[in-house]
Write a protein that binds this ligand. Structure first.
Ligand code: HEM
Ligand SMILES: [Cu+2]
Length: 558
């Protein structure tokens, strides 16, 4: 019965495709996301060339302004707009179209994020908010920068609540059924987006009166902690978004079935629950936090490795099963049966492979003693260009080759597919050069967030130069990758041949066991999430506030 129903839904979706109004939302979000990639990537290249000593940036747009904008555009704008645009299309597809009210919320959220972004960018351009995307006090930016951030967070919340309304409505009309898996991922992501951004909202509301001068000093530890409760969660929001494509979309693209529905839902639940109390692994060298509390957060961060290992197992199981069905043999020879020439597979596949060194580096950084070696060096920058810059971004690229034709009612041509394969390979080469160079030169002591300097021709600093040259070569390749990717997006959105493209969602195996209904109780998930947040943060926050050290006035260090 279930199968028949699904087929019917598939057919109607195929016949009608996404409705124009829902499509417009996703198209607009994608345009913003890839514009952010274009500008952010260009700024990245400027940084790379500067660090290699090849380019001096002008005083009216200095290295740290560029770096602040690069971070904000890529880790906030690109990821947020892509994630929201993608999951709104996913909900429209799997839940029978967006409700008019929800559509309106997507637009209001969009407007607020754009207004907030403009408010934050203007002071950056004026060199009044050169505080990096982490905006750690006691560095203080123009209040407008923080007010802009408030608008961005509010915009994201409106989109999250739109998603909750959409999902609740579906559940009311489909009692006793499982939420379609892609919308289940969306729910997990929006729950994390909401709860994860509460701490940063509190932080910013605390900073604003201080930056205006209404309160004299700020509790620096409190602010940093609130920031990372958010920042660390954000990382896993991207990860969960990428996972949705790996579990649900990639199996369909390679002509297979998806892995156990129960396990998929369990991975989502675990990631949502265990995520937030991990933030202190970004503050391992911060003073004033009890060792036991740091230990707990490191334990929680490593605990997230467990669902990741389950994912690795699940994905390879799907790959092998599918390849063998297509006649693949041997221990490894079946690998050749996978559709390597299809960018919709190749890009997320390389993304997954990049997560192996990416995740390993993360474990290194979470380890106290090793963290002392790499902290604030270019190693860390190498790490997150592998994880967010490759794993997440290549998955997004892979998605774009079917999602954009799906919303623009066009088709992916063999030519653009080939271009996509080339883009993926260039990106892989560029990131390999850049990330390996960054890791290496970081181990040799080269600091992050520092424009080019030889420290008066100090011998150690001079020994970094060859690696930094590799960094610049990688950055140049990446810039080519950015241009090709943006070209493909524009082409698929406005110029590719008209036609129907499906939203690829793999079916479960025919003999799959039934998924237990407890996976549907999101109320319980949220309660567990809050309990773990309390476990991770109540004691240290009470400590920071109760035994607060002297606060700090605002500083403009640049
Ligand atoms: C054209 C491609 C790219 C190039 C050439 C590039 C280059 C760089 C360089 C050289 C730095 C660091 C410098 C320093 O610490 O002094 C940096 C920082 C950073 N990059 Fe990229 N990057 C690129 C793409 C990306 C992407 C796709 C993302 C994320 C989606 C990203 C996220 C970041 C972040 C978060 C920082 C840290 C900013 C900070 O420390 O405040 N980058 N990038
Ligand atoms: Cu983290």
């Amino acid at each position: 019965m279930e199968a028949v129903k699904l087929n019917f839904q598939d057919k109607t979706n195929k016949a009608l495709g996404i409705n124009e109004e829902d499509a417009l939302i996703t198209k607009t979000y994608m345009i913003v996301a890839f514009t952010a990639l274009l500008i952010g990537g260009t700024l990245g290249l400027l940084q790379g060339l500067n660090r290699a000593g090849l380019l001096e940036l002008p005083v009216w747009f200095n290295y740290y302004q560029v770096l602040t904008a690069h971070g904000l555009l890529l880790v906030l704008v690109l990821t947020a707009f892509f994630t929201i645009g993608y999951f709104y299309a996913a909900m429209s597809h799997s839940l029978g179209g967006l409700l008019p009210k929800v559509r309106k919320m997507a637009w209001i959220g969009f407007g607020m994020k754009i207004v907030g972004f403009v408010m934050a960018v203007i002071p950056i351009l004026l060199n009044q908010a050169t505080v990096m995307f982490t905006f750690y006090p006691p560095m203080a930016a123009s209040p407008w920068f923080y007010i802009g951030l408030v608008f961005i967070v509010l915009g994201v919340w409106i989109c999250a609540f739109g998603a909750f309304i959409q999902v609740a409505n579906w559940r009311k009309n489909n009692k006793g059924q499982h939420l379609p898996i892609i919308s289940y991922f969306a729910t997990g992501v929006f729950v994390l987006l909401f709860f994860g951004s509460v701490p940063v909202a509190i932080e910013v509301l605390y900073i604003i009166p201080w930056s205006i001068g209404w309160i004299e000093t700020i509790n620096v530890m409190l602010a940093r902690t609130l920031f990372w409760a958010f920042g660390h969660t954000l990382v896993n929001i991207w990860y969960l978004t990428a996972l949705s494509a790996w579990y649900v979309v990639v199996p369909k693209i390679i002509g297979g079935r998806r892995f156990s529905d129960t396990l998929t839902r369990l991975v989502i639940i675990l990631l949502v629950i265990m995520n937030i109390p991990g933030g202190f692994h970004h503050q391992i060298v911060d003073p004033g936090i009890a060792e036991s509390v740091k230990y707990m957060h490191v334990f929680m961060s490593l605990a997230i490795g467990f669902p990741s290992l389950m994912t690795a197992y699940a994905m390879f199981s799907v790959f092998e099963k599918t390849a063998r069905k297509k006649g693949g043999t041997g221990i490894f020879a079946w690998f050749k049966k996978l559709p390597w020439g299809d960018v919709r597979f190749l890009a997320p596949m390389i993304a997954m492979i990049a997560f192996i060194p990416g995740g390993a580096g993360g474990i290194v950084q979470s380890t106290n003693q090793l963290n002392q070696v790499v902290h604030n060096t270019l190693w860390v920058v190498g790490h997150f260009h592998l994880t967010v810059g490759t794993t997440v971004v290549l998955t997004f690229f892979g998605i774009s080759y079917w999602l954009i034709p799906y919303v623009s009612k066009r088709v992916l041509t063999p030519k653009i597919n080939k271009l996509g394969v080339i883009t993926t390979l260039i990106w892989t080469a560029g990131m390999s050069f850049m990330a390996i160079a960054m890791h290496w030169v970081g181990l040799l002591g080269s600091p992050r967030r520092t424009s080019y300097t030889t420290y008066a021709d100090n011998a150690t600093a001079l020994s970094w130069d060859p690696y930094l040259m590799f960094l610049a070569v990688g950055g140049t390749l990446l810039m080519i990758g950015v241009l090709l990717q943006v070209y493909a997006v524009v082409h698929l959105m406005f110029f590719a041949p008209k036609g129907e493209t499906e939203f690829p969602i793999a079916d479960v195996e025919d003999n799959a066991s039934k998924t237990p209904m407890w996976t549907e109780s999101w109320g319980r998930v949220v309660v567990l999430l809050l309990l773990l947040v309390a476990m991770g943060y109540v004691i240290p926050l009470v400590e920071f506030i109760g035994n607060a050290p002297p606060g700090s006035p605002p500083f403009q260090t640049w």
